[in-house]
Design a protein around this ligand. Sequence first.
Ligand code: ASP
Length: 301
Amino acid sequence: MTWSVIATWKFSIDGVKAAGKLIEDGGKSLDAVELVARYVEDDPSVDSVGYGGIPNIEGEVELDAAIMNGEDLSIGVVMGVKGYKNPISIARKVLTDSPHNILIGQGAEEFAARIGFEKAILLTDESIKKWLERKKQLATSSKENKGCNKENCDIYGHDTVGIVALDIFKNMACATSTSGIAMKQRGRVGDSPLVGSGFYVDNYIGGAAATGLGEDIMKGCICFYAVQLMGEGYSPQEAAELAVKKIHYRLFEKNGKVGNIAIVCADNKGNFGGAANHEGFEYAAASDKTLPAIYKVKSVV
Ligand code: ASP
């Protein structure tokens, strides 16, 4: 009986514990990744995912989420969804109940309403406070005050919960959920809901999920690349490091700077690993061989 769950950032630890239990009890990897994402989406202290996420420049919380089934490569994605607390569960329904892979904005919201999701207010006192503070900073740092610009895009806060799981039936799944970059322009979408960039999983090999500056991560399709590396025989840890280094140096060579990039990887044998191009990245993981724990990652560049 081999299984594993790995998720970005230490805020995932409670969800990882619950998902590990679910899998041990015979639950499916698809349910496990959704469960971890829901834990983080529901947590108002996480200001970059779901309820309590810092809004865009207009003061609206716009959410992106994705889920992928490694068994048949089916995908469900929502982008720019407002007014729903658990975009991951809407994405799951896009996967199972819609003829499409991706629904955006109003279309995704109408779909959610049609199938019975309850509307919710996602702003909290804390997220409003942070938004007002950042708005003040922007007013002094940006002439136009139109939201973040190319220079300061990632300084107002961001982080994504990205999860990969293997269940005891040898099926894998992955998921991501995020409010994206704080103070983003309305309609902005990062890497998190983009297949191959923010997430990818294939039962035959393994899966990966990314977090960091979406504008840079998506240039390297990093998750698809990391999964292909595992397919070539690299361990999840090696694949994570190689994938981060490859995109980091490619972008650095031309631009002289790169945003934060981090990735978690797991293979279909229950092994897992993570890498980042910056200090401070942590992930949570549990498996049949390892108790739930938080892993600190050193920069690989
Ligand atoms: N990748 C996310 C985005 O660009 C943010 C993050 O994971 O830090 O929307």
